[in-house]
Design a protein around this ligand. Structure first.
Ligand code: IFM
Length: 457
């Protein structure tokens, strides 16, 4: 059976009317042009120059050259029928936001709703020189930046997200050092996490001031966490990982408190002392939507603590196990059921917040056929499975309002460089030629029909 729904009659799983269909990107991963129009240096520019930090010594140039080719790229989005486009604003471009002005106008011109993320990891290096996210002051500088960016674009942006995946910024950036700025210090990672939470809350108030009618929230990378066995030790490992990955952001943002067990786990790393009077009220500012980036679930067991840098402060004893599912090129297991579980449990545990999948997608070793096509049936199966899982979640009561595929264009996959391709659209980084993968056409059909075919193709 064809993977493409040919007629509306063949569409079995229809999504709710008004469901938002989009694709997501991030500034540093696609823009290139890192030294033009007054752009300042970011922590990722510096990190990319560190020998061995990024695969192949790749850097933010040329990326997908989107800064110069955005008109062509918006045309591509339009040809796919995207209803929304989630991009991020580069804080280092604060002195000249003209590019985003033009991008937003171009999107609106083509009938595509612009969704903007204020922070997708490109912190100005000048702030890192003062301690970066370990310095509480960075949260206040972020609020100033938010005021300027939202003041400039707030009349036209459809949805705002303060932060993308603060877990990565804190625990990969300052914990195991795999991401910029490459610090390896558990106390620093915990401080970064709290200051990112504070930055989110402060920025929410700037969004309200400058774009009072626009829905706004935060995007978190969330994982269902399961213990490998029924043992107390494994259950405790799962509890700790769930705290460090999920509840450390969900609970202060949506409940106005850090969970008691997490506060105790992170006491040796200074979390209680970081929290000043009034912080939790700021962080608990009402949000209109929660963005969820979902890639996989975790299966964990307890083991012996491991020495050395870790992204799991106080939990270096936890082992992450395979559960036997097929894997993507990132070596991540394909677990669509985890998305259903996550969405349903979020609606149950944190009721009242509309949910959007703001990222979901997969890297595969795309190859061209002789006729110049990329038949990425593995990516289509991945997306199909996760959309079915999203639909099941809606049927089970999850308040899911939209889905943004990660990602529009092949790009710089952070420390993995250009080697890992997540795009719906193939990019030849030398010629900058764009080629639609079969998944792009498949996704376009899903959007057109607001639904999926009866059986997986
Ligand atoms: O490429 C990243 C993106 O920047 C953040 N979420 C996960 C993606 C895939 O690793």
């Amino acid at each position: 059976m064809s993977v493409l729904p040919q007629t509306s009659e063949s569409v079995a799983l229809r999504f709710p009317t008004g469901f938002v269909w989009g694709a997501a990107t991030a500034s540093f991963q696609i823009e290139g042009s890192t030294t033009v129009d007054g752009r300042a240096e970011s922590i990722w520019d510096v990190f990319c120059r560190r020998p061995g930090a990024v695969f192949n010594g790749d850097t933010g140039d040329p990326a997908a050259d989107h800064y110069r080719r955005y008109v062509e790229d918006v045309e591509l989005m339009s040809s796919l029928g995207l209803g929304a486009y989630r991009f991020s604003i580069a804080w280092p471009r604060l002195s000249d936001l003209g590019f985003y002005d033009r991008l937003v106008d171009e999107l609106l011109d083509k009938g595509i709703a612009p969704w903007a993320t204020l922070y997708h990891w490109d912190l100005p290096q000048s702030l890192e020189d003062k301690g970066g996210w370990t310095n509480r002051d960075t949260a206040y500088r972020f609020a100033e930046y938010a005021a300027t960016a939202v003041g400039r674009l707030g009349d036209r942006v459809s949805g705002w997200l303060t932060l993308n995946e603060p877990w990565c910024a804190a625990f990969l950036g300052y914990g195991n050092g795999v991401h910029a700025p490459g610090v390896q210090d558990s106390r620093a990672a915990v401080a970064a996490a709290h200051h990112l939470n504070l930055a989110h809350g402060l920025a929410m108030s700037e969004i309200r001031a400058h774009a009072p009618d626009a829905p706004a929230g935060i995007t978190l990378n969330l994982f269902p966490v399961h213990p490998a066995t029924a043992s107390e030790a494994d259950a405790d490992a799962a509890r700790r990982v769930d705290g460090l990955q999920n509840r450390i952001f969900l609970d202060p943002v949506l409940r106005g408190e850090y969970p008691a067990d997490l506060l105790a786990d992170l006491a040796p790393f200074g979390l209680p002392e970081l929290i000043e009077d009034g912080d939790l009220e700021v962080i608990n500012a009402p949000i209109d939507l929660l963005g969820i980036n979902y890639y996989r679930a975790y299966l964990v067991s307890a083991g012996d603590p491991v020495d050395g840098p870790t992204e799991w402060p106080g939990s270096s004893d936890v082992r992450f196990l395979q559960s036997g599912h097929p894997k993507t090129e990132m070596d991540w297991e394909v677990q669509p059921d985890g998305l259903t579980e996550l969405l349903v449990s979020l609606t149950r545990e944190y009721p009242g917040v509309p949910l959007y999948v703001t990222e979901n997608g997969a890297a595969y070793p795309d190859t061209f056929t002789e006729d110049g096509e990329i038949r990425d049936t593995d990516r289509i199966a991945f997306l199909d499975g996760h959309l079915r899982a999203s639909h099941t979640a809606i049927e089970q009561g999850a308040d899911l309002r939209g889905y943004f595929c990660w990602t529009l264009l092949d790009n710089l996959e952070w420390a993995e460089g250009y080697a890992k391709r997540f795009g719906l659209v193939h990019v030849d980084f030398e010629s900058q030629k764009r080629t639609l993968k079969e998944s792009a056409r498949w996704y376009s059909n899903v959007i057109t029909h607001n639904g999926l075919p009866t059986t997986e193709g």
